[in-house]
Write a protein that binds this ligand. Structure first.
Ligand code: FAD
Length: 248
């Protein structure tokens, strides 16, 4: 296999029913729900930024689907963990905020995985609360050796998480103040950041316009190779249920 080659894998998908086994408030606005599922055998999630569809239906039976990250899973034990960043409104937020042990949730996927190899010299992961599950999983799964640098924007100090990694990890927490724009805060923090030597992969997930601005920053200001950047809109201000792959 050649150096730095991303591998794409398709998975057979089917719907599964999960049952809430435990609920933990990681922070005031981040809920960790662990689920058990009798038929998790065959569930595959090969990459930290895979997504599963969560299906919700309201009192009138109207269905909605939202994308979430399989934060941790153990097919043999039949357990899956999902972290929910709670925000103002939406079926996923409302469901998670009122979930109780024993509640059932239907999921689908992941349909595929895009696996970025661990042969880079360094990794930068940038995102907001919705990206923290994927960033946390990525740094946990990295081998010892490369440098990993996380830039995370959260509402305040109370929303910081403990991230662990075998890699050489540095985490920069940025807290929003009234009127702060995530993209400006992140770019200001990045402008005083010294990029390590060697080849690096940049992963970005945030509100779509923020992810777009950051990708542009790395292309224009740091002349970073496009193929070593992956940017995604994990949500879009004013829109429900979005997932944007940010490209030229
Ligand atoms: C691949 C992928 C993986 C994801 N993984 C996770 C994950 O593991 N955990 C997680 O919490 N989220 C994750 N997200 C983001 C999540 O899907 C969105 O935040 C989604 O909009 C939540 O659904 P909802 O029903 O709560 O809100 P929606 O009904 O979708 O949206 C309602 C309103 O809230 C706004 N909104 C949505 N998200 C936010 C936010 N974070 N802050 C402020 N306003 C918001 C929308 O613009 C809309 O106006 C992921 C998204 C993608 C694409």
């Amino acid at each position: 296999m050649s150096l730095h080659q991303t591998i794409r894998i398709r998975h057979e998908t089917r719907r599964r029913r999960l049952t809430v086994a435990s609920i933990e408030a990681l922070t005031p606005h981040m809920l960790r729900l662990s689920f058990v599922c009798a038929d998790l055998a065959g569930f595959v999630s090969a990459s930290h930024d895979d997504h599963i569809k969560l299906f919700f239906s309201d009192a009138s039976g109207k269905a909605a689907a939202r994308d979430f990250t399989p934060r941790r899973f153990d097919a043999a034990q039949g357990t899956l963990t999902i972290d929910f960043a709670l925000h103002e409104t939406g079926p996923a937020t409302a469901w998670a905020a009122s979930a109780r042990v024993g509640d059932v949730l239907e999921i689908g996927g992941p349909r595929g995985s895009s696996v970025v190899p661990d042969d880079f010299d360094w990794y930068v992961l940038i995102g907001d609360e919705t990206a923290l599950p994927a960033m946390g999983r990525r740094v946990e799964e990295l081998r010892a050796g490369p440098q990993a640098c996380v830039f995370a924007v959260v509402r305040d100090e109370g929303e910081r998480l403990i991230l662990t990694s075998a890699a050489e990890l540095t985490t920069h927490w940025l807290h929003r103040r009234e009127g702060d724009e995530d993209a400006e805060m992140l770019i200001a923090a990045l402008s005083s950041w010294r990029q390590p030597d060697g080849d690096g992969f940049i992963w970005i997930a945030a509100e779509a316009s923020v992810a777009r601005s950051l990708r542009q920053y790395f292309i224009e200001q740091r002349a970073h190779p496009r193929e070593w950047i992956k940017a995604s809109g994990y949500w879009k201000r004013g829109h429900a249920e979005t997932h944007e792959k940010i490209e030229d």
